[in-house]
Design a protein. Structure first.
Length: 635
């Protein structure tokens, strides 16, 4: 029920109008319009225009921040700042430049009047339905924009939108094509599948004497044991400092007095209700019928209050609470819509009120319990306050120690002892860790892992730098023992290699047998196979079968049934597929057809847009500074 009558927050929030300063489709996720910054090294050049290293680093930071927002602030940013991701971001910046060039070539422009209207129509800049310069100025200040810069970015975005819309207008999907697409995607077929497994042919395989040895020598990486290290480390974090922190009774009392309002449990009330729903926009006759029904129920309940729960189950049109006899549980002020709340908080315990009119209809309400306002005593609040004060002190101490810790592990680079004694934190030990494998915290941080396995740490016996492995968490480590990478001896791995090669050869024999059986089936000859019972499958319901089997079955020629197709099993062997029946999908309704046309048209316009950008790449020289691209973005 709470979704029916709980109030929504109605405070205006100043929003960053991201849609105004990014390319308005999913091709890019990085906003950047800084152009040809003077005095900056170029990481790429698109025609005569440069993409500066500063611009690129800002784009990387922005993308990393998005990942933090999506996946949580504790995510290790260095795992995302990889060459692959940096290349994708640079490609998006290049594509933006190419898009701008295409827009300019198309002669698209936005007039000052259109720009003014766009800003005036933005709801975030309005108050009481009219443009508010004060709100506009607040937004500009919050984003560190001058009016000229923001309006310049907005003009570019509007030009981009015009260009995208002009491309989209050329895309077209007819109803016949959409129907054919739906037919192909939603059609079902009844099929039976036989898997011809490699295991049946293992005894037929005879490997050459040198085959396993040759495989071993040509796949050395598969048999390499990665470098390993056992390390000691110190972790400076707020959580590690909390146990060292002391808080006295006077501090707790002062905090309690200064924040007394936080330790007051406001009055809460528990109520049940019966809702006879009617929309606020309903006709008078509908409202009258609802009111009469509510009045009748109210009169019935007043005569027999004990029947409230049963009547709620039978009559309430609130699906969330009706099954519970109308029970809404405890709630405080501000949780319910105003008329409902006012009635409840004026009532006495066990009083039945109603009918109360709200935007949802008519409510018959019974107040079942009251929890009066209650303040936590100092004793009750002490554990919470103590924890809060300790965390505050630990946070302050962390800020004071972070630089000292960083300097100590660098200056006393052959030992962690000085750092441990100065910050009063223990030196811990890790287990043996293999390079590139899943590592335990805190070594699952990519930067720390790279440092621990570096020559500086392993060969020169130096400390790592203090690495930020999470917010307010620094770790420094040094290697205690290490093992270089090594290749397992042939004698140790020969049985596994032999088994693998034998199965691969058996898979080839199974596939050959499958192809032969398929040919016999297609000629209506005996192939000595018995297919199981037919199973209905489709692209949406694959029945647990591999995708390539479903694809082959749905592509099979069904002019004559049964028909047969075969596909190789990627894991070895062969699948024989019998198609016994074609099940046409139900006729598509108008809404589904329209939605499909829209989806296919959008996909077509995206392809056209990408084709334009790809074409621009062939006409405009794009050069990339690969050395600069490989460097990590400055944090």
């Amino acid at each position: 029920m709470l979704e029916y009558i709980r109030t929504a927050a109605k405070t205006w929030i100043a929003k960053v109008i991201l849609a105004l300063i990014t390319v308005p489709f999913a091709l890019w996720g990085v906003e950047s319009y800084i152009r040809n910054a003077p005095g900056q090294d170029a990481i790429a050049k698109v025609g005569d225009e440069k993409i500066s290293t500063e611009e690129f680093n800002n784009a990387v930071k922005n993308q990393l921040e998005r990942y933090r927002q999506q996946l949580g602030s504790s995510i290790d940013s260095s795992l995302l700042d990889t060459p692959k991701m940096r290349k994708l971001i640079l490609d998006s910046l290049v594509d933006q430049r190419l898009l701008t060039t295409a827009i300019q070539a198309g002669g698209l422009s936005v007039s000052n009047e259109a720009l003014k209207d766009r800003i005036s129509d933005e709801a975030s800049f309005q108050e009481n339905g009219k443009f508010s310069k004060a709100r506009y100025d607040i937004f500009l200040a919050s984003q560190n924009y001058t009016p000229a810069r923001f309006e310049g970015l907005l003009r570019k975005d509007m030009e981009s939108q015009q260009f995208v819309e002009s491309v989209a207008s050329t895309a077209f999907t007819g109803s016949v094509s959409a129907q054919q697409y739906l037919l192909a995607s939603e059609q079902s077929r009844e099929i039976a599948v036989i898997a011809i497994a490699p295991e049946k042919f293992l005894s037929n395989v005879k490997l050459a004497s040198e085959q396993a040895k040759n495989y071993y020598e040509s796949h050395q990486a598969d048999f390499t044991i990665p470098a390993q290290v056992k390390a000691e480390y110190i972790e400076l974090s707020i959580d590690a400092l909390v146990p060292q922190t002391q808080v006295n009774a006077e501090e707790i009392k002062a905090y309690y007095d200064a924040n007394a309002a936080r330790y007051v449990q406001k009055e809460e009330r528990k109520a049940s209700h019966i809702l006879i729903s009617v929309a606020a926009t309903a006709k008078d006759e509908e409202k009258k019928v609802a009111r009469e029904k509510a009045d009748a129920l109210f009169a019935q309940i007043k005569k027999s209050p004990k029947d409230f729960a049963d009547l709620a189950k039978k009559n309430s049109q609130d699906p969330g609470s009706a099954q519970n006899g109308g029970d809404l549980g405890f709630f405080g002020r501000g949780a319910m819509v105003a008329p409902f709340e006012q009635a409840v908080f004026k009532a006495s315990k066990d009083e039945i009120i109603g009918p109360v009119k709200s935007d949802f209809g008519y409510h018959i309400i019974r107040l079942t319990d009251i929890r009066p306002e209650k303040a936590k005593t100092l004793a009750d609040a002490t554990p919470e306050i103590e924890g809060e004060l300790k965390k505050q002190k630990a946070q302050k101490k962390f800020a004071e120690l972070a630089e000292k810790f960083t300097n100590l592990v660098y200056e006393q680079s052959t030992s962690l002892k000085a750092a441990s004694e100065t910050i009063s934190l223990p030196i811990k030990q890790s287990p043996w860790m293999a390079k590139g494998a899943g590592l335990p915290a805190p070594f699952n941080n990519a930067k720390l892992m790279t440092s621990v396995f570096s020559d500086e740490v392993i060969k020169n016996k130096r400390n790592t730098e203090a690495v930020e492995v999470a917010t307010n968490s620094l770790v420094a480590a040094r290697a205690l023992e290490s093992k270089p990478s090594s290749v397992r001896p042939f004698a140790e791995v020969e049985p596994a290699i032999t088994a693998r090669l034998t199965r691969e050869e058996a898979g080839k024999l199974a596939a050959k047998d499958g192809v032969a059986k398929l040919a016999l089936l297609r000629e209506a000859k005996s192939a000595d196979v018995t297919f199981p019972q037919l199973l209905a499958v489709s692209r949406a319901n694959q029945g647990g079968l591999p995708p390539n089997v479903i694809d082959a079955a749905l592509r099979a020629d069904t002019k004559a049934l049964p028909s047969y197709v075969g596909v190789e099993n990627p894991n070895g062997g062969y699948f024989l597929v019998q198609v016994g029946k074609v099940i046409a999908p139900p006729a598509s309704d108008e809404a589904k057809l329209k939605a499909t046309i829209t989806r296919l048209t959008q996909a077509q316009s995206q392809q056209q847009l990408q084709s334009i950008i790809t074409g621009m790449r062939t006409k405009i020289d794009v050069s990339i500074n690969k050395d600069a691209l490989d460097k990590k973005a400055e944090k």
